[in-house]
Design a protein around this ligand. Structure first.
Ligand code: C2E
Ligand code: CA
Ligand code: CA
Ligand code: CA
Length: 275
C-alpha cells in the first residue's frame, strides 16, 4: 500500500479492527529490523540452587529501533507472531545463541546450556526439527547445550506437539516448559511430552511469601521431581525468595537477585572473572 502520511494511518485506525496506528507503524519497522541488524540478544545467567554455580543462560531478544527506540519483546513478539516474522527472527535468535554459546565454550571453557524461547508459530513451522539440526551443525554446538523453551499453548494440538517434541528429543536437545502453571491442562501434557525442565512462572515466585504461596511452589517442585524434570524458578528478586526456593528443593534459580539479562560482552567479562 502507498504511504500517504500520518492521516493515512488514522484511516486504518478507524477501519481495521484491533490494529492501532502504533502497531501498524511498528509492524512495518519490524519487517526491516532483521536486515538492518537492529536485533541483539541479552543473556540471563541461571545458577544451581545448592552450589550457586553457573548452570546456564536464557537468551532474550532485544530490539533497538532507530525510529522507536528500545522496544520490549512483550510488545513486538506478539506482533511478529501474528504476521509470521517470528519464524525468520526466531531462526536468527537460535543461530546467534548457539554461536555465542560455542564461543564461550572455546574461549572460556564454560560448558553450560543456552535456553532459547520458541514461539507457537515457530514451533509449528514445517521443518523446525531440520532447522534446529542444521543450526547445531553449522555452529558446531553439541545438542545437549541447547534448551528449547516452549509454553503450554503448544498443547492446542496435542498429538502434533508430542511428535515434534519427540523428534527434537531424538536430536538430543533439551525441552523446557516455560511459564509453568499459567496455562491450562498442564498436568496432562506432562504425561505425554518429553520435558527436561519446568520453569515455574514468576507470578508464583512473587507469591511465595503469601499464605499458600510456599505450598503451591512446593507442590510444583515435587510434581516435577516425581516426573524426573529439573525445576527452574524465574523472576527471583529477593534473598528471601532464594532462601525459600532452596529450602523447597528447587534446582535452578534465575532472576534479578542474581543477575539481570545482559549483552554478550558483559557476560563474557563475567566469564573471564570466573576463570
Ligand atoms: P519469558 O520467556 O518468561 O522471559 C522471562 C522474562 O522475565 C524476561 O523478560 C526477563 O528479562 C524477565 N526477568 C528475568 N528476571 C526477572 C526478575 O527477577 N524480575 C522480573 N520482574 N522480571 C525478570 P523480557 O526479556 O522482557 O522478555 C519477555 C518475554 O518475551 C519472554 O518471557 C518471552 O516470552 C518473550 N521473548 C523474549 N525473547 C524471545 C525470543 O527470542 N523468542 C521468543 N519467541 N520470545 C521471546
Ligand atoms: Ca523463557
Ligand atoms: Ca517464563
Ligand atoms: Ca512469560
Amino acid at each position: 500500500a502507498k504511504r500517504i502520511g500520518r492521516n493515512n494511518y488514522q484511516f486504518y485506525n478507524q477501519h481495521i479492527g484491533g490494529l492501532t496506528k502504533n502497531t501498524l507503524e511498528m509492524a512495518s519497522l519490524l519487517h526491516r529490523a532483521l536486515q538492518y541488524e537492529e536485533f541483539s540478544l541479552h543473556y540471563q545467567p541461571q545458577y544451581r540452587a545448592d552450589t550457586e554455580q553457573l548452570a546456564g543462560f536464557e537468551a532474550l531478544l532485544r530490539w533497538h529501533s532507530p525510529q522507536l527506540g528500545q522496544v520490549s519483546p512483550a510488545d513486538f513478539i506478539p506482533l511478529a507472531e501474528e504476521n509470521g516474522l517470528i519464524v525468520p527472527i526466531g531462526e536468527w535468535v537460535l543461530r546467534k545463541a548457539c554461536e555465542t554459546n560455542k564461543k564461550w565454550q572455546l574461549e572460556h571453557g564454560v560448558f553450560v546450556p543456552v535456553s532459547v524461547n520458541l514461539s507457537l508459530r515457530q514451533f509449528y513451522q514445517q521443518d523446525l526439527v531440520q532447522r534446529v539440526a542444521d543450526i547445531l551443525f553449522e555452529t558446531d554446538l553439541e545438542p545437549q547445550y541447547l534448551i528449547l523453551e516452549i509454553t503450554e499453548s503448544i498443547a492446542m494440538q496435542e498429538d502434533a506437539a508430542a511428535r515434534i517434541l519427540h523428534d527434537l528429543r531424538k536430536l538430543g536437545v533439551c525441552i523446557a516448559m516455560d511459564d509453568f502453571g499459567t496455562g491450562y491442562s498442564s498436568f496432562k501434557q506432562l504425561r505425554y511430552f518429553p520435558i527436561h525442565q519446568l520453569k515455574i512462572d514468576q507470578a508464583f515466585i512473587q507469591d511465595l511469601d503469601s499464605d499458600n504461596g510456599e505450598a503451591i511452589v512446593g507442590a510444583i517442585i515435587a510434581l516435577g521431581h516425581n516426573l524426573g524434570t529439573e525445576i527452574v524458578a524465574e523472576g527471583v528478586e529477593t534473598e528471601a525468595q532464594a532462601v525459600a526456593l532452596k529450602r523447597l528443593g528447587c534446582d535452578l534459580l534465575q532472576g534479578y537477585f542474581y543477575a539481570r539479562p545482559q549483552p554478550e560482552e558483559a557476560i563474557t567479562d563475567l566469564l573471564k572473572i570466573r576463570t
